[in-house]
Design a protein around this ligand. Structure first.
Ligand code: COA
Length: 162
């Protein structure tokens, strides 16, 4: 059973490590291939197709951020969706996908992408930022989210999809 993790943004997140080695920007249509490769690393062998990338990157309530190496090649990506929610009387945001390519892990890229999403959520007046992770308590992924200030909150059930 996957252990989902969801939490509000931490008030004072720690700074990202080595910010000079990579930079974060919004994804562009030309990043479609790189995004597909990163999604494969996340465990989705079909990745994504150009049409879907164009659809998602132009959607008004979805933002995709990429962390790029000095050659502007995406080495990590995070997608953030947001919409109004009744019970919050405000906006809720979800980290839909987050992955850093293996060669760039443990260099602060994942944390920097999350902090970027937290800051963007603040600008959008988001009241709650959450995510669901397929990971057990104590796993590497859980340790990563905890290190970034998130805590496990509730279970997630799904109908369809994978
Ligand atoms: C999870 C993931 C995004 C983390 O990205 P990252 O760039 O390696 O993470 P960071 O370097 O920013 O790590 C920040 C902190 O999280 C913790 N952390 C990260 N990876 C960890 C690991 N494998 N084991 C234990 N702690 C870890 C550490 O405290 C780390 O700080 P430190 O390196 O100073 O000790 C990356 O490992 C990844 O893409 N994994 C595969 C896909 C995945 O699991 N995505 C999330 C699915 S919901």
């Amino acid at each position: 059973m996957p252990t989902p993790i969801a939490k509000s943004p931490p008030p004072s997140p720690a700074p990202a490590a080595s910010p000079s080695a990579f930079r974060i920007r919004r994804a562009r249509r030309g990043d479609a291939e790189a995004l597909a490769t990163l999604l494969k690393e996340l465990g989705y062998p079909d990745g994504s197709d150009t049409q879907t990338v164009h659809w998602v990157t132009s959607h008004p309530e979805i933002e995709i951020f990429v962390a790029c190496d000095p050659q502007d090649k995406p080495v990590g990506m995070l997608s953030l969706s947001h919409r109004p929610q009744l019970r919050l009387r405000g906006r809720i945001a979800t980290v839909d996908e987050l992955v850093v390519t293996e060669a760039w892990r443990r260099r602060g890229v994942g944390r920097a992408l999350l902090l970027h999403a937290i800051e963007r959520s603040r600008v959008l007046s988001v009241k709650r930022l959450e995510l669901a992770a397929r990971s057990e308590s104590g796993s590497d992924t859980a340790r990563f989210y905890e290190a970034c200030g998130f805590v496990g909150d509730c279970m997630v059930f799904r109908h369809g999809g994978s």
